[in-house]
Design a protein around this ligand. Structure first.
Ligand SMILES: *Cc1c(COP(=O)(O)O)cnc(C)c1O
Length: 430
């Protein structure tokens, strides 16, 4: 077979970039084959360096809810570009983005902007510890909160409550204050609160998990978590880096009617440029430097280009947009479920708003163990078949599919045909 441009570019990249990429999942390690090198993207479409066109459902892993190269976003960034790329001094756009965030999230009175979701969650944990003067935190197996040391703990063996680092280079002593609970399992949370009385600073959770594939909270789970935190004096941190402005302007908090103490944002609020943020009540945020003793900073934080892209994106998001993407997602997801049952395949689709994941299993997937129990080899075949038919799904089952405001019935129809072909191939390949 002829070598493609993407293969050539990947070979060259690997000579100087670790694994040829700057973020591991991009390497297609979970699905096999050589990653596509992208030359440009517009609306719902992404084009590789061989000129192939794909309907994109990765959306740069979530930020591009308006699709690629949205004219308003491009115009906003272009308009700022000639005025300077970074000031290292306050700029009005930072206030404007922060006001949009605070207006959308009633639980947020004050905001600190960062450059990534990783910085936001790392700082939110620091804030919870600073506010409570406690050290332990609870995270849930299968939730991803960026790559700071003490959050890089996915799962110990079910029996152990202490985390084992899931990365080399993380000292055990850095994660021995990170306690693991099971998603959708309040008992596992209560046990930790009982075992570490008045020692737990906070609980961090993806209110809808996207990083073990989409796993939704069972009714009341978030509400019960809210009550448990209040009861034990712990800070509830919602990592809404994906869900913020995706499940509606007010994120998961608005959707499920449960307020967090600290909210982490990222992805959409940067409109495709590097951004993160955390926010809470004015009282709590007073702890952060320069008002308070908790240090946190960033050379490029509040970058004007990123602010412009984020503001332009959020301003475009109205009820009509959300209705459109959710209706489309509903149409796509029910179509996939129909094909699955028609073909008699052992698969299930988890979805919330414009996020969903196809899991190859006969069971419901409600936690990390369930996600790990799925047939990821089947997902890999499914992914490759879709790609051959012009549809770009995330190159790992442990991710969310994202529908955007610029997808239309036309793309969804094509996608459903590609999915039928892919599911047939997955079945017949055995
Ligand atoms: C992407 C993501 C992060 C990390 O954000 P980065 O900008 O990649 O550092 C944190 N939490 C969640 C839920 C995410 O999906």
């Amino acid at each position: 077979m002829k070598t493609t441009n993407s293969e050539k570019l990947f070979r060259r990249a690997k000579t100087v970039l670790v694994g040829g990429v700057n973020s591991p999942v991009r390497s297609f390690g979970a699905v096999g084959g050589s990653p596509l090198f992208i030359s440009r993207a517009e609306g719902p479409y992404i084009y590789d360096s061989d000129g192939n066109k794909f309907i994109d459902y990765v959306a740069s892993w979530g930020p591009l809810i308006l699709g690629h190269s949205h004219p308003s976003v491009i115009k906003a960034v272009e308009g700022r570009l000639a005025l300077g790329t970074s000031f290292g001094a306050p700029c009005e756009l930072e206030t404007e983005l922060a006001l949009l965030v605070a207006k959308s999230f009633p639980s947020i009175e004050k905001v600190r902007l960062t450059n990534s979701g990783t910085e936001a969650t790392m700082s939110a944990i620091r804030l919870a510890r600073a506010v409570t003067a406690r050290e332990y935190i609870i995270k849930f197996e299968g939730c991803y909160h960026g790559h700071s040391d003490f959050l890089l703990v996915k799962s110990g063996s079910g029996a152990t409550t202490f985390g084992n680092p899931s990365s080399a280079g993380v000292p055990k002593s850095f994660v021995n204050k990170t306690l693991l609970a099971r998603y959708n399992d309040m008992d596992s949370v209560e046990k930790l609160f009982t075992r570490y009385p008045r020692k737990i600073a906070g609980v961090i959770i993806e209110p809808v998990a996207g990083n073990m594939g989409v796993v939704t909270p069972e009714p009341d789970f978030l509400g019960k978590l809210r009550l448990a935190c209040a009861k034990h004096g712990a800070i509830l941190i919602f990592d809404e880096v994906i869900t913020g402005f995706r499940l509606g302007r007010g994120g998961a908090q608005e959707r499920f009617g449960t307020a967090a103490d600290i909210t982490c944002l990222g992805k959409i609020i940067g409109g495709g440029l590097p951004v993160g943020a955390y926010g809470a009540s004015a009282d709590m945020m007073r702890m952060v430097s320069p008002e308070g003793p908790m240090y946190q900073a960033g050379t490029l934080s509040g970058n004007p280009l990123a602010m412009a892209a984020g503001i332009a994106t959020i301003k475009k998001l109205d009820a009509r947009n959300y209705k459109h993407i959710e209706n489309l997602t509903e149409f796509l997801v029910s179509g996939i479920r129909g094909i699955i049952s028609e073909l008699g395949i052992e698969a299930t689709v988890n979805s919330e708003g414009s996020m969903f994941t196809v899991f190859f299993t006969a069971k419901r997937v409600t936690d990390y163990a369930g996600a790990l129990g799925c047939d990821t080899a089947r997902y890999a075949r499914f992914f490759r078949s879709l790609l051959q038919n012009g549809v770009m799904f995330p190159p790992s089952q442990f991710e969310s599919v994202f529908v955007s405001a610029v997808h239309t019935k036309k793309e969804i129809g094509r996608t459903l045909r590609a999915i039928r072909a892919a599911l047939l191939e997955v079945c017949s390949g055995e």
